[in-house]
Design a protein around this ligand. Structure first.
Ligand SMILES: Nc1ncnc2c1ncn2[C@@H]1O[C@H](COP(=O)(O)OP(=O)(O)O)[C@@H](O)[C@H]1O
Ligand SMILES: [Mg+2]
Length: 315
């Protein structure tokens, strides 16, 4: 890491909603976090918690309702036109399913060098050489450059998608569940590839997954998202010992089957599912109190690198 404290990406009070009028639904509720230069930051939460919405907002695939996104200290929230295109030189993304991003009618060599060519980083004459170089770096056969995607397995296609994304050596690579559609044996290859790219190029990652063990293995810090709210941010080395939020503990116990401290019996409180106020996790929380139904806990620093949104922080 070049500078331990310099954030490469800062998300500040980000709000994203879908729909309009009475159908309007807020999906991200004022979330804030940052990613340091050279860091691999994990974003974890169950399906529907808003993980892809975060990455889609950073990539400008969807509009932001409120809040700001800063890259190297510069506000990129409202970029458009040429400046937005230029941003894709610095920020690239790998999607869950390579099949959605790879064009079936384009030869693989052409596909993986297209972004380089768009940024005039590779001359047409050097394109074939660059394609073979990228394929080799991904552990793929150079001969694939002249083949079509249908010829490749799912894991190979995902490596092709990574080759294209890293071809311009972006500073930030967003990986949205890049291994969820793959077999476990292939997952390990992709994760090793991402680790090697981080070592060799100092690449910074936003690594999105619902797989907590994978994230704790790969990432330095973990952001836990629950229904569009960040409930905890902490270093992954401290995850098992230091996690405080009851939702993080629930994820840990589901993932590792760890002998978590027995949750106290759920206090009998009035039905809280229907009230919009209070903590996002109140209806499931084994530690909830009367106050959790009325007040929303703010994300606050409880130790270096550790933020928690829970009234337990005060205990
Ligand atoms: N384009 C969209 N239009 C309407 N609702 C959407 C759209 N994209 C996502 N959502 C909703 O936003 C919520 C969060 O979705 P998403 O960010 O995809 O979650 P995750 O990636 O964590 O599974 C879900 O309730 C989903 O239905
Ligand atoms: Mg998703």
């Amino acid at each position: 890491m070049s500078d331990n404290n310099a954030p490469l990406l800062e998300i500040k009070d980000l709000v994203v909603s879908f729909g309009t009028g009475r159908r309007k639904k807020e999906v991200l509720h004022r979330i804030s976090f940052d990613i340091k230069e050279g860091e691999c930051l994990g974003l974890v939460g169950e399906s529907g918690s808003g993980k892809s919405t975060v990455s889609n907002a950073v990539m400008h695939f969807i509009p932001v309702e409120a809040g700001r996104i800063l890259f190297r200290g510069q506000d990129i929230t409202a970029l458009h036109g040429k400046k937005l295109r230029q941003m894709y030189r610095d920020i690239q993304m790998v999607f869950q399913s390579p099949d959605e991003s790879i064009s079936p009618h384009m030869k693989i060599g052409r596909y993986i060098t297209e972004v380089c060519e768009n940024f005039s980083l590779t001359r047409s004459a050097d394109r074939a050489v660059k394609a073979r170089e990228l394929l080799r770096a991904m552990g793929l056969d150079e001969a694939y450059a002249d083949r079509y995607p249908a010829f490749l397995s799912g894991g190979e296609r995902q490596r092709v998608a990574i080759a294209r994304a890293v071809s311009v050596l972006p500073s930030l690579l967003i990986c949205d569940e890049p291994t969820s559609a793959l077999d476990v044996s292939v997952q390990a290859l992709i994760v090793e590839l991402l680790r090697r790219l981080q070592r060799e190029h100092g690449m910074t990652y936003l690594f999105i997954s619902h797989d907590l063990p994978l994230v704790s293995h790969l990432c330095q810090r973990v952001v836990i998202l629950y229904q569009g709210e960040i409930v905890e941010i902490l270093p992954s080395t401290h995850l098992a010992q230091e996690a405080r939020h009851p939702y993080t503990k629930k994820l840990l116990s589901a993932a590792f089957g760890s002998a978590m401290e027995k949750a106290p019996a759920m206090a009998s409180l009035p039905d809280c599912n229907r009230t919009p106020d209070g903590c996002a996790f109140k209806s499931e929380c084994p530690c909830r109190e009367e106050r959790c139904l009325r007040e929303r806990p703010e994300l606050a620093c409880i130790a270096p690198e550790h933020q928690l949104a829970c009234f337990l922080a005060e205990k």
